[in-house]
Every structure is written in C-alpha cells, then in structure tokens.
Design a protein around this ligand. Structure first.
Ligand SMILES: *[C@@H]1O[C@H](CO)[C@@H](O)[C@H](O)[C@H]1NC(C)=O
Ligand SMILES: *[C@@H]1O[C@H](CO)[C@@H](O)[C@H](O)[C@H]1NC(C)=O
Ligand SMILES: [Zn+2]
Length: 435
C-alpha cells in the first residue's frame, strides 16, 4: 500500500464523504420528522396530581403481602409453555377482560402464540398484547416480560418481572375509565386521540442456558419481527361508533409497518425492590426520563407517592443521571426497528438478581405503590387525560369527610325549618388540613 497518493486524494474524498453524510442526515431527519410528529408540546401536565392515588386502590393488584392480590398470584415459576405460565397469562388478562363486561369500552386482547427455537429444543410461547383503541394510528406501548427463568429450579423472579407486570395492569386499570372518557371526548371533538395505550407482556425473555443473542428475548424478537413485516390495518369497526370516530381522520398519519404505530416503547424490568436508581439510557428519550422524574417529585410533594399509611416516608429521587449504552433486554428488536425506547431498569440491578432471593421478600410494597403512581401520572400526561381524570377519580378521604359534614349541616337546617331543638354542634368527621 502506498501512502502518498492516498494522502493527495484525501481532501476530495473527505469532502465527498461529508456531503454524502450531510445528505443522508438530512434525509434521515426528513423521514423521522414525517414519521413522528412533535410530542413535547402534546405532553399535558396535570394540575392536581393528588387525584392519582384516588383513581384505583392499588392494594388488590400490587400488595404482595395479601395472598389474594394479583401480584401474589403471579409470584410462581412461570416457565414458557407450562400450565403455570398459562395461569399467569390468564390472571394478567382477566382485569382487561372484565373491563368491557362492566360497561366500559374494554380492550382489544391478543394472545399471540409462537414457537421458539431454544437450546432446549422447540418451545411454545405466547406474547400478550392489549390495546385500548386498536383503530388508533399510534400507541404508547408499555411492556414487561411475564416469563421466569428455568434455572435455578423454583426461581420466582419477583422483580424479574412479576412486579413490573402487576404495575402495568394497575396503570391500565387505574386509567381505564379516563381512557374511555377520552375516547368519547376525542370522537365528539373530532380531534386528538391519535395515540392509544397498549400493554405488552412478553414471553420468553429469559435465556434457557447462558444469555446470548440467540438464547434470550424470544418473545420480543418474534413480536418485533411480525410487526416489522406486517402492515398496520386498523379494524373496520371503530371503538366509539362509526359515525363519530372516523378512521379517515387517521389516514394521513397511518404508518405503513405495524411497528411504526409504536410512538414510544416504555420497558419496565427488575423493579419492585427498595430505592432503585434508574438512569436515562437513550438520548432521544432523555426528555421522557425527565417527565418520569418530574412525576415522582410532584407526587412526593403532593403526598400522593407512598401508600397512605407510609405517607411520612422520606422522599427519594429514583431518576438521577444517565448512562448511554444500555442493557440487553426486550427493547432491542424494537430499537432496531426504529422505535424510541424508555428503559426503566435499575442500574445496578437488584442485589437478588437471578438468585432464589428474587421472591416476595425482595419486594417493598411502598416502592411498588410508588411505581404505580408514577406510571399512572406519566401515562395520563402523555395521553393528555387531564379533562377525563377528575371525573373518574374516587372521592378522597377528605372529600368523603366534607360530604358527610355537608350532609349533616343540611340535616340540621332541615331540623331548624321543622322547628326541632337544635343547640347541638354537628358531630362526626370533619375535613382535616393535611391527609
Ligand atoms: C402479528 O401481529 C398482528 C397484530 O398484533 C396479529 O394480529 C397477528 O396475529 C400476528 N401474527 C402472528 C403470526 O403472531
Ligand atoms: C400499612 O398497612 C399494612 C396492611 O394494610 C401493614 O402490613 C403495614 O405494616 C402498614 N405499614 C405501616 C408503616 O404501618
Ligand atoms: Zn431475568
């Protein structure tokens, strides 16, 4: 190889390469801009975050100390293809199935079976996908894996990832009625609502032997492959009546590949142990990481972060810092397909990671509860559910006390009008200043 002629050629070559790089960058930016409308403007901060805990009692889903809770019921080995895995899938989907039976718009539920080639031969696995409005052109997709490691025998995986699965069920159920109200509002207004909530429970995340590119994340690989190949064709029957929710309003925005309907993938993993530290892993979603951090801070300020009987627990900041590079997990096939990813996984991993210690004893209810509040608030703000939330929140203890007081006063006035003796003070609960 001769160096001199190459050196003479370099400036022209560098200029050509630079021009090419610039052209490619401009093209990429153009394509990206076309595919993803600006989101930051759409993110709508909620005025009253104190209503977040009132959307739903988190304990029946998340309290692992109660053996009847959803989380307790999925704290079992759930190796792909086993009867236990199917029971866990049923338990995770049951609240979504119940939703439409109680008069709501319900969820579009998909069990997507596939066969994976593993070091232990062919294994049947099933991804679970639930979508509020499948006719919507875009999704905010929240995901966690519901399988557990085959080794060590009896491994539970409480943080890995039973607790994240239960947190996602809580998020969807807490916002269910507000999501329905929003769908109806968007249909009436004829605008908004081009993003819907989707939850994915991946099967087969864990390796059968040693974690490698081929022995891991079977479920996410299968789903991303399907959604990269397949065109997005929304069902013909819209969620809220054909006259109002026209699919034509989406047609300009409708992406070609199914995977392009995912506006962001938020992947939860290894959560549920005390005091996690979750850095931001990807530059394009650093702003969403900031939103999650802000959600935690505002919930703490409003005394709406910890469970009611732990409200004096001190504040924590789980989302400090960043760590560019990332961790191998279910997001990779989607990242490769061009989906921006927010990865909510602690660094370092929980102390009990991939040991028999990752069972119920690794979990902290206050932490799971706090995660649920963060996810509820984050999703509500992402989708702009503010106007729909206030109407669906349960009355708070304070509201209930205030209502009781008003009822008593009304009764007293009634007695005055009736001429009864009334020199007694109203009894019973009074609103307290601080709850
Ligand atoms: C691919 O994904 C679509 C949309 O979720 C689903 O309807 C279809 O059944 C999937 N196909 C396979 C083979 O999993
Ligand atoms: C909060 O209540 C639960 C039961 O509802 C109990 O197990 C727990 O110990 C209580 N925590 C505190 C700090 O009082
Ligand atoms: Zn794992």
């Amino acid at each position: 190889m001769c160096a001199a002629p190459a050196a003479r050629r370099t400036p022209a070559l560098v200029r050509a390469l630079l021009l090419l790089a610039l052209a490619l960058a401009a093209l990429a930016a153009g394509v990206a801009a076309q595919r993803r409308p600006p989101l930051r403007a759409r993110f709508a901060p909620l005025g009253d975050v104190a209503l977040i805990p009132r959307l739903l009692d988190a304990a029946p889903l998340l309290d692992h100390r109660d053996s009847a809770s959803l989380l307790s019921r999925i704290l079992v080995p759930r190796v792909p293809g086993t009867a236990a895995s199917q029971r866990v899938a049923d338990a995770l989907l049951a609240p979504f199935e119940a939703s439409s039976k109680s008069g709501g718009l319900g969820w579009h539920i998909e069990r997507l079976p596939f066969v994976a080639q593993t070091p232990h031969g062919k294994q049947s696995m099933t991804n679970l996908v639930v979508t509020k409005n499948p006719a919507s052109p875009r999704r905010l997709t929240l995901a966690a894996h519901y399988d557990s490691k085959i080794m060590p025998k009896g491994f539970i995986g409480a943080t890995d990832s039973a607790a994240p699965c239960a947190i996602l069920v809580d998020t969807a159920m807490a916002l269910d009625r507000a999501l329905d109200a929003a769908e109806r509002r968007w249909a009436k207004e004829g605008s908004g609502g081009d993003v819907t909530l989707q939850i994915v429970f991946f099967d087969g995340e864990e390796a059968y032997e040693q974690w490698t590119h081929t022995d891991s994340i079977y479920g996410s690989k299968d789903l991303a492959q399907n959604w990269t190949r397949s065109a997005h064709s929304p069902p013909h029957a819209p969620l809220v009546g054909a006259a109002t929710l026209s699919t034509s309003r989406f047609s300009m925005l409708r992406p070609a590949r199914h995977i392009d309907t995912i506006e962001h993938l938020v992947l939860l993993d290894l959560l549920g142990a005390k005091s996690p530290q979750i850095p931001s892993y990807f530059h394009p979603t650093a702003w969403l990481h900031d939103k999650v951090r802000s959600a935690q801070r505002r919930l703490l300020d409003a005394k709406a972060f910890w469970p009611p009987n732990e409200s004096s627990r001190s504040g924590e900041d789980w989302f400090n810092g960043h760590s560019w590079g990332g961790i191998e997990d279910d997001h990779l096939p989607f990242l490769a397909g061009g989906v921006p990813v927010l990865h909510l996984i602690p660094s370092p991993f929980p102390r009990v990671w991939h040991t028999m210690g990752d069972d119920a004893s690794a979990l902290d209810y206050g932490t799971d509860y706090g995660w649920a509040m963060i996810m509820r608030l984050f999703v509500a703000e992402y989708l702009g559910l503010g106007p729909d939330l206030a109407a669906t929140a349960q009355p708070s203890v304070r509201d209930a006390a205030e209502q009781a007081r008003r009822a008593q006063e009304a009764q007293r006035e009634e007695q005055i009008r009736a001429g009864a003796a009334i020199d007694v003070e109203p009894q019973g609960p009074r609103p307290r200043d601080e709850l």
